[in-house]
Design a protein around this ligand. Sequence first.
Ligand code: AMP
Length: 283
Amino acid sequence: MKIVSTIKELNVHITTAKKANKTIGLVPTMGYLHEGHMALATAARKENDLVVMSLFVNPAQFGPNEDYESYPRDLDRDMRIAEKVGVDFLFAPSTSEMYPTNGGIQILAGPQSEILCGATRFGHFDGVLKVVTKLFHLTRPTNAYFGQKDAQQLAIIETMVRDYNFPIEIRSVPIVREEDGLAKSSRNVFLTDQQRLQAPVIWQALDLATTHYLKYDNDIEATRLAKEHIETNSNGRIDYLQMLSYPDLTEVTEQTEKILLATAVYFGNTRLIDNIIFQRKGD
Ligand code: AMP
């Protein structure tokens, strides 16, 4: 595995691969790798000649009071994990390498970014699209891999790729969980022992609501039950817990085929997200 920190060097490797007609799988990450990231890389390894993983804590997607400074970072550890899962190039640029200028041109995520995480994380998805667009241009991937863990992000990226004709296949990978159901996340290291013990209520609540909804077709009661489960069994503070049509992220209607049940819950200052996507019960 090669570690690449400059755009110039990356371009040499990508150009060589393209000339040799090799397929390229891109796995964008913010590092502090865990089994979720590894699942993305493993899928990329299976489906492409070359795997490029990017590792960049993207300041553009963090708000002023969010955890950009404290976000966990450990390049040595990430290098070992990436090598083990068969990454060919680990692209780990500095912030000035990625954003040498601020020409003022912005990419704005549309209505799908105004709800769920976007309702409180203003500009977050604009920042995601900014870095993802740059990574797409820099690595010219055949396939790009994203986790269903960030379902809203996945839906927004798919919309951009479709509407702006990016010649890239977006591949989604199911959520990887701990044994007790907690979705793997780089932010889980911030949980205290007590919070870590309580955090599986998130998954339990989503599971409970999905089962209830599929049985009784009552989204209001299903989400109420899920909220109650979190509030009575933990100190978690719910940011949102909502059912929407997926991937358009609009209200669930008779026409809805797939439902996204998504939540964000704070344990102390640590904000955890999770979701389930399921088929709406037909009439
Ligand atoms: P991050 O480093 O948190 O920005 O995540 C990088 C990519 O890994 C994103 O596409 C995430 O959706 C994906 N990812 C993060 N956690 C998981 C997980 N538990 N299961 C599957 N994919 C994940």
